[in-house]
Ligand binder design. Structure first.
Ligand SMILES: Nc1ncnc2c1ncn2[C@@H]1O[C@H](COP(=O)(O)OP(=O)(O)OP(=O)(O)O)[C@@H](O)[C@H]1O
Length: 260
């Protein structure tokens, strides 16, 4: 039984109520798509084979408040990224619901930037896509590029993004997203691909964003980053919320369980 963790007197930004997310995977069973097997199914009046369901989030409930920075931890496949996508409104709930205050922004390692466009164009388009005015983008451009450190080793910002290493691309994505104040900012492992110096810088920026804005969610396997940035942690396993509470308390229980 998860003890509800509640801060009294602050404004809620995200409410997750008994949320269930189920993926439907079509054509999952190899060899079941042949005409012979389809005919066999028709004769026996069975449902189409090859649709598999993955119940990724199972009855998760919590309330996030303004000013909180919440880590989401758990082993591989425990449902962390799925939960973030559901909060961002990118996945429909099978049962239960998510309510959010303001527009949640999901900053993932796979956040969509255009690979064939230069870093420079992506900064501009990314800024506009987040709702900045052209003037705001122009004013913040230098800061975004400096923060990303893309140009530290030469003029990379004028090259297409496909020429960037995965770490460089992740840094640029983070820098663009971090240039704006968000109601609810969700970060999926963005820090994992940056080097140590960039990690420190982004941890600092996340703390500032939390103070300026609403709520920050951080999915991470890096317990050190979670300790640096988060004041509260949700621990998921097999889609269920195992624990929800202050960072140190939850991480200690997690480390004991996972032997990390
Ligand atoms: N697009 C998808 N279609 C079907 N199943 C999926 C899809 N994405 C994730 N899953 C499944 O949902 C479950 C939860 O996955 P999810 O990516 O949310 O886990 P995670 O905790 O973020 O994992 P990791 O730490 O490895 O990134 C896993 O069983 C995974 O196989």
């Amino acid at each position: 039984m998860v003890r509800p963790y509640r801060k009294v007197g602050t404004e809620p930004t995200v409410v997750c109520d008994e949320l269930h997310i189920v993926y439907k995977v079509y054509g999952a069973s190899a060899g079941k798509g042949s005409a012979t097997s389809a005919l066999g199914r028709l004769m026996l009046r069975r449902r189409a084979a090859g649709v598999r369901e993955v119940h990724a989030v199972r009855g998760v409930s919590f309330t996030a408040y303004k000013g909180e920075s919440i880590g989401i931890i758990g082993s591989n496949g425990s449902g962390k990224s799925t939960l973030l996508k559901a909060i961002a409104g990118l996945l429909p709930a099978e049962r239960g619901a998510v309510f959010t205050h303001g527009q949640p922004s999901l900053l993932g390692v796979n956040a969509a930037l255009m690979n064939d466009l230069t870093g420079e164009r992506n900064v501009v388009l990314g800024g506009l896509a987040m709702g900045m005015t052209p003037k705001e983008v122009a004013d913040r451009y230098e800061n975004i590029v400096d923060f990303s450190g893309i140009n530290e080793k030469g003029d990379f910002i004028s090259l297409p993004m496909r020429t960037y290493s995965s770490g460089m691309a992740a840094r640029l994505r983070f820098s663009i997203a971090a240039a704006k104040t968000h109601d609810v900012l969700m970060i999926d492992e963005a820090l994992a691909t940056g080097d140590a110096k960039f990690q420190k810088r982004s941890e600092q920026r996340i703390r500032e964003l939390r103070e300026e804005a609403g709520t920050v969610f951080l999915v991470s396997h890096n317990n050190r980053s979670v300790r640096e940035v988060c004041d509260r942690v949700l621990w998921l396993e097999k889609g269920k919320l195992i624990m929800d509470g202050p960072t140190e308390e939850v991480l200690q229980a997690y480390e004991k369980e996972s032997g990390k």
